[in-house]
Design a protein around this ligand. Sequence first.
Ligand SMILES: Cc1ncc(COP(=O)(O)O)c(C=O)c1O
Length: 383
Amino acid sequence: MTCVCNAVAGDPHSHFRHRAPGPGSCNITAGSAPPKRSDFLPFSPPTIGEEEIQEVVDTLRSQWISTGPKTKRFENEFAAFLRAPGALALNSCTAALHTALKTLGIGPGDEVITTPMTFTASVNVIEHVGARPVLVDVEPDTLNIDPHQVAAAITPRTRAILLGFPNNPTGAVLEKEDVAGIARLAAEHDLLVYADEIYDRLVYGTEHHSIVSQPEMKERTIYLAGFSKSYAMTGWRVGYACAPAEIVEQMMKIHQYTVMCVPTAAQYAALEALQSGEPEVLRMVGEYDARRQYMWRRFNEMGLHCFEPRGAFYCFPNITSTAMPDDDVFCEQLLKHERVVVVPGNAFGERGRGHVRACYAASLEQIAEACDRIERFVEHAAS
Ligand SMILES: Cc1ncc(COP(=O)(O)O)c(C=O)c1O
């Protein structure tokens, strides 16, 4: 008899695998699923020098894929670059969260406070380790985490706060005073903070305030990020965690005994991106900002109220004013009638119901075409 762990068996699959766009469609679901990469992210991948390429080729020819010294070199250079006390390279930001929860023994009986609209995997991962996600509501105007709500949710079982800002799917960016408020609470109640700041570079007309910039927060924060967003390197599968050295050291064991290490070629690519990708990142942020403004304006003009995203690369319009207020139905019908793929808001938690998520990492032409089709769909549905 097969016995699958309840925390895993009861969990639905991610929405992203279910929607195959097909020819002639506009896929504005994610920055990571382009049918033709050049349509979506017209930014060159990091340039890897001849020397590095040769080293990878030599390693492959030697039939001995290096896992030890190269990984260490990468992590050391990486930690120095990030000015972090310790850094661990993992195969994704999501893997980093899972590894960090396991390492710090977060499990059955523990509670982790987070927001009700988050990157799909964050809540699932908390559940997979057997802990209970406690969702506190966000401030209505800013969609920020509200320190008062967090304070009210703290119980003797609370072990950690998980912050996912700049936020996927809303695009909300934390205000400085809210970051300070959360830091104070964490210190007062001796809580860990898991800070998924993978979109930290993608902010528009505002600043990202990292929780680690708060006094004494480096000691209790596990900072999680990766190369999928700011460097548009989703397919390379490189993420990282920065934390006190003794935590990183223990996380390494779980990582070693599951996947061993990030592939050598991907390590080189990531390091190169860090060292010389800055002009590309800046160019990308400028491009995304123009696309963000365009998409946000179009949604509001077609009557779908949309919070102004200030970070990440998503718009999260409310579709409850349409003739199809159920987000699952809206997405299915939009795909069927107009061949536009967006993600139903409930994929990001119940609080996201009545919204859809659209990604503006697509080209401006694709975004314009998708918006025209959505507008036509909304008008037809109403008539
Ligand atoms: C907040 C957040 N963290 C992590 C990820 C995934 O990152 P990775 O590709 O490194 O797993 C996403 C992707 O959508 C995200 O929105």
